[in-house]
Write a protein that binds this ligand. Structure first.
Ligand code: WT7
Length: 635
């Protein structure tokens, strides 16, 4: 990609206005300037949010791996593409150059072919954060197979339902994985899951932990010997712009996970262009996103976006607490990380620990800090800004979704002045709209409503695998001719956006609209509080009242709980008003979290409402054991 970056706010507004007034011209120029195409598009965009049907760069032919690998070889073949940092700090980091990545992806692609995988086939990838994970995505893309990565923390049941939903023929996994001090028997989970999956013909197994595993005759094959026999050249399959690149599942409000389908050209263009601008990427940077490739963050901003820019992207196998809470900062110092992108939940966990874990490392290489996945509360924002960025690295609070494919609302570092808890301004080309309860768009500033997007962008998901009707109902039916995000947001006097949380987390108390996120922000301001979650429960007079689950920094707390409750409510009164006071405050040691670190409010709402007869499936939680603990101590 060219080296040009937006330099100041005036220029952002100028480019933004152009992207909105002439979107087709704008996205045509970006596509022409930054990528290699086998054939040019006939039409930049056609769209219909009613059907809904969205097509970008129709008629174009390309292979995304030529853009992510081949074209960098001439100038940057010896540059590190993937920098692998293992779980165990004593194990050496691996620098995989673009030349080596080319060979490894091609060999893997040839293995897929030799095992009967063809263009359009679905391949399930269930791997830990090791180089083979990124390589397997690219190998699928090389031959036009559709990858479906399932986060390797999901249970056997979650895995099998995803494999079956998209009818995968193959599973790529490993014998096991390392996670801090523990090892996890991944292959055992796959074996259990596959009992329910009749159509899986082949399981390719990476040897990561050298464990004794069961290999099913005729189905399971060690990967390495196959790779050793495979050629290092593999002609890329020439894909249509709108051919599916991958499926990635996201949980819905109910039942079956949704297999979001992302296609090739638009996804490539948008993830590459956002990566460059949101992270202010420069040629010698060492960029680190701590997400797992099992999530969209990893697909777009560990693999495709960085590699399309010829960047060095770090893959970290471990956890932030191993061997101690300084691991992230040790890695930043060791590899002289320039951009660091993580989640608020990780920041809050680390902020609970001694400052010494951060202070003892040299973090002066950092230029940009990122946050993603949930609203970042003010306290966490300041901790990140003060202790990691030393007030010199701008924080980009990036709002987006699995469905959007790429970052939608975010500051541009060194361009957009930041305010804690604000994702600030829409990215170039993104047209947000706030909607009221009558389905009308709310114009002007200092307003809040439901966040929609009213014009297509290149990386939006095109459908839900096998269920276009559900795609239409979930995203395009709440508001006419608009994509509905499911989030609420406010737009302040200057046009900055603040995401207030999922709309279903908004609680109406005595007719007042209260977001849980700002209340939690306030509660977290209390010096004794580590984390909190607020939910609504039915109340005779107010309609709903508020229930707070609060984790204290010090467990075995000897403080007077009645007093603490008063103090917490005092802070809420100060920050928001007496209307937002909590009727009940339960002190707890943990909150039920999904594997991606999101609080499962559904469960907390049920417990608060004393409706625990049907809590639903808690097996995919990070910490299922905490549910019983909370129930036993419910107020
Ligand atoms: C939901 C999407 C996008 C990658 C990871 C999550 C929430 C995400 C932010 C942010 C406030 C955020 C939204 C969104 N969210 N980023 N910066 N500020 N909220 O992907 O699992 O599809 O979740 O995460 O509620 O709708 P996801």
């Amino acid at each position: 990609m060219s080296n040009y970056h937006i330099k100041h706010l005036e220029e952002y507004y100028k480019v933004y206005r152009k992207s909105v007034r002439e979107p087709k011209v704008f996205w045509e120029e970006i596509a022409e300037e930054h990528f290699v195409w086998r054939k040019r598009w006939d039409k930049v965009l056609s769209w219909d949010f009613k059907k809904p049907e969205i097509k970008w760069y129709e008629g174009a032919k390309l292979n995304i791996t030529e853009n992510c690998i081949d074209r960098h070889l001439r100038t940057n073949g010896n540059k590190t593409a993937i920098l692998f940092e293992p779980n165990n700090p004593d194990e050496e980091a691996q620098h995989i150059t673009y030349n080596r990545l080319y060979e490894r992806v091609n060999q893997f692609a040839n293995v897929l072919k030799s095992q009967g995988i063809k263009k359009g086939d679905r391949v399930c990838i269930y791997l830990p954060m090791i180089p083979e994970l990124a390589i397997s995505l690219l190998a699928c893309a090389r031959i036009g197979a559709i990858h479906s990565v399932v986060f390797a923390g999901f249970s056997a049941t979650a895995l099998s339902s995803r494999i079956n939903d998209s009818d995968c023929k193959m599973v790529i996994t490993s014998d096991g994985s390392y996670r801090g001090k523990k090892t996890i028997d991944l292959k055992g989970i796959v074996d259990e899951g596959l009992e329910e999956c009749a159509n899986v013909e082949t399981v390719l197994v990476v040897n990561r932990i050298n464990s004794e595993i069961n290999m099913k005759e005729g189905r399971d094959k060690w990967l390495q010997p196959l790779l050793d026999d495979a050629s290092k050249e593999c002609e890329p399959e020439i894909m249509d712009a709108e051919d599916p690149l991958f499926i990635l599942y996201t949980s819905g409000s109910t039942g079956q996970p949704k297999g979001m389908v992302h296609t090739t050209a638009g996804y490539m263009v948008y993830t590459a262009y956002t990566f460059k601008n949101v992270f202010n990427y420069r040629a010698n940077d060492v960029y680190w996103c701590t997400a797992d490739i099992g999530w969209i963050t990893g697909h777009s901003y560990i693999v495709y976006g960085p590699l399309a820019n010829g960047a060095t992207t770090v893959m970290f196998e471990g956890v932030p607490s191993y061997p101690d809470y300084g691991r992230f900062w040790e890695v930043v110092e060791k590899h002289k990380i320039t951009q660091f992108y993580t989640a608020p939940t990780a920041i809050r966990a680390l902020a609970k620990e001694k400052l010494d874990y951060v202070d003892k490392y040299d973090l002066s290489s950092l230029k940009v800090l990122g946050s993603v996945g949930e609203p970042i509360n003010e306290e966490a924002w300041h901790w990140y800004n003060d202790n990691v960025g030393h007030k010199k690295s701008p924080i980009v609070d990036t709002w987006w979704q699995t469905e959007t494919g790429g970052i939608m609302i975010s500051p541009l570092p060194y361009v957009t002045p930041t305010i804690p808890t604000y994702a600030t301004l829409p990215f170039i080309g993104i047209q947000p709209a706030l909607m009221d309860e009558n389905g009308e768009e709310i114009h002007g500033n200092q307003v809040d409503g439901r966040l929609c997007i009213k014009f297509p962008w290149p990386s939006m998901a095109r459908t839900i695998w096998g269920n276009h009707q559900r795609y239409k109902e979930t995203y395009f039916s709440a508001y006419e001719k608009k994509y509905f995000t499911g989030d609420g947001a406010l737009r302040d006097a200057t046009g900055y956006y603040r995401i207030t949380g999922r709309v279903d987390d908004v609680i109406i108390v005595s007719g007042h609209n209260l977001g849980t996120a700002p209340i939690e922000d306030a509660v977290n301001e209390h010096p004794a509080v580590a984390e909190s979650a607020i939910v609504g429960f039915p109340h005779d007079i107010k309609g709903n009242a508020l229930y707070g689950y609060v984790i204290l920094k010090e467990t075995g707390e000897s403080r007077d709980q009645t007093n603490l409750r008063k103090e917490i409510n005092q802070i809420i009164t100060e920050h928001i008003g007496p209307i937002a006071k909590l009727d009940k405050i339960q002190f707890t040691v943990g909150l039920p979290k999904t594997r991606s670190g999101k609080i499962m409010r559904r469960i907390l709402r049920k417990i608060a409402s004393k409706d625990t007869s049907n809590l639903g499936d808690t097996s995919t939680l990070l910490n299922p054991e905490v549910v019983q603990e909370i129930m036993d101590n419910a107020l």
